[in-house]
Design a binder for this molecule. Structure first.
Ligand code: PMP
Length: 402
């Protein structure tokens, strides 16, 4: 068997120990395999010391483990060098870093920041904050009713005023996969940089920063089976080198004097204070784990998406699915007739089905769709067809209650 989902599930203690749970909220956070849990606990049990500072062997072991994790991230993203990968708390912090540091240094009154209607709040609000500070303006590219990006309209919005484009590779609320390489090429012809939000995509398919041609890319460890509190900012070295520090303190400095301070090179300049060392080590283990399952895991997710979508549409004709783009990750956002999404979510929970309800941190997208929220079922490679059946059966029971 190319992809033995039962064997994979046995590697996840939370899934193994919860036979009644149908976990369909992996877009919010993924469950963790034993190898990731072990990597974190073994680090604390065996290798724990602060990094980059100690001359003693234990500190050097910890430093090596942390820097190996960075190399692992660089390989995962196909970055040219590991110094292009900065550890952050997650995708949110990585976008804040770029907006504050690069944006603060480069944006001026009249400049434009181009986003899309389907961005997560994490790729909107940091840009709004820096726009307010610098006088730059936010411009928003539209989507079609099926939740796909209006690529020609977005390209038309790119001009010499555009300084940065922020675009999600995969929408967390709809699953839409965007042609980010095409947008990068268009932005670059106008001299604009591009930040790709890979918070959702990294968990589903290979993310290659050189093939995409992006200037910045961010993702969070916890959505790809890694620990919470660790994420990555990838930035092209020549851009990162020119960016001012984002936070200040220990470990990011070269020489400190009350007369003035000089800073370390990249990426350390952007990692002030003691980082999440065990988190980075756990992330490295998660990337190894997920990479080894590809491409079969991806094919399994696509099959789950098609199976669940078809079953929902045939067995629950009143279902309304939001996001039906051709290129789509394994996310199904929907309304069940006119039952409020919160009621659907709470009742599904009574049948052991965990889904997310609400605006999914994409309020402008909800506004564009003329709704306030949806029910979102998100499938990961560890979900089964039988779970999809249980999900649909539970939804039928929910429908029967109204
Ligand atoms: N972007 C997208 C598309 C997301 O789905 C999320 C998380 N829901 C984020 C950014 C922010 O990620 P985090 O909360 O891990 O920083």
């Amino acid at each position: 068997m190319l992809f033995d989902v039962e064997k994979i599930r046995s590697e996840f203690p939370l899934l193994r120990g919860n036979a009644k749970l149908v976990y369909l909220d992996s877009a919010a956070t993924a469950q963790k395999p034993q190898c990731v849990i072990d990597a974190v606990s073994e680090f604390y049990a065996r290798d724990n010391a602060n990094i980059h500072r100690g001359l003693y062997r234990l500190s050097q072991t910890a430093t090596t483990a942390f820097e190996r994790a960075r190399e692992r991230v660089a390989k995962f993203l196909n970055a040219r060098e590991s110094r292009e990968c900065v550890f952050t708390r997650g995708a949110t912090e990585a976008i804040n870093l770029v907006a504050a540091s690069w944006g603060g240094a480069n944006l001026r009154e009249g400049d434009e920041i181009l986003l899309t209607e389907m961005e997560h709040h994490a790729n909107i609000v940091p840009w709004q904050a820096i726009a307010e500070r610098t006088g730059a303006k936010i411009v928003v590219a539209p989507i079609f009713d099926d939740g796909s990006l209006d690529v020609p309209a977005m390209k038309n919005l790119i001009s010499e005023k555009t300084k940065i484009v922020g675009i999600t590779q995969t929408s967390n609320a709809l699953g839409t996969v965007n042609p980010v390489a095409e947008i990068c090429a268009a932005a670059h012809t106008a001299g604009a940089l591009v930040l790709v939000d890979a918070a959702q995509s990294a968990a589903h398919f290979a993310v290659d920063v050189q093939a995409i041609g992006c200037d910045f890319l961010v993702f969070s460890g916890h959505k790809i089976c890694g620990p919470t509190g660790i994420g990555v900012l990838y930035a092209r070295a020549e851009i990162l080198e020119k960016m001012p520090p984002y936070q200040f303190g220990g470990d990011m400095i070269d020489v400190v004097d009350f007369a003035g301070t000089t800073f370390r090179g990249i990426p350390g300049r952007f990692e002030a204070g003691t980082p999440n060392i065990a988190g980075a080590v756990g992330l490295g283990a998660a990337l190894d784990y997920v990479s080894a399952l590809r491409p079969h895991a991806q094919a399994h997710e696509s099959a789950l998406l098609s199976y669940a979508t078809e079953k929902l549409c045939t067995e629950l004709p009143e279902i309304r699915i939001f996001g039906t783009a051709k290129e789509k990750a394994s996310v199904i956002s929907f309304h069940l007739g006119d039952i409020h999404p919160s009621d659907v979510g709470m009742l599904l929970d009574t049948f052991g089905v965990a889904v997310r309800v609400g605006h999914h941190c994409a309020m402008p997208l909800m506004k564009r769709l003329g709704i306030t929220g949806t029910v979102r079922a998100s499938f990961a490679f560890y979900n089964t067809f039988e779970e999809a059946d249980r999900f649909v059966a539970a939804l039928k029971k929910v429908r029967g209650m109204f």
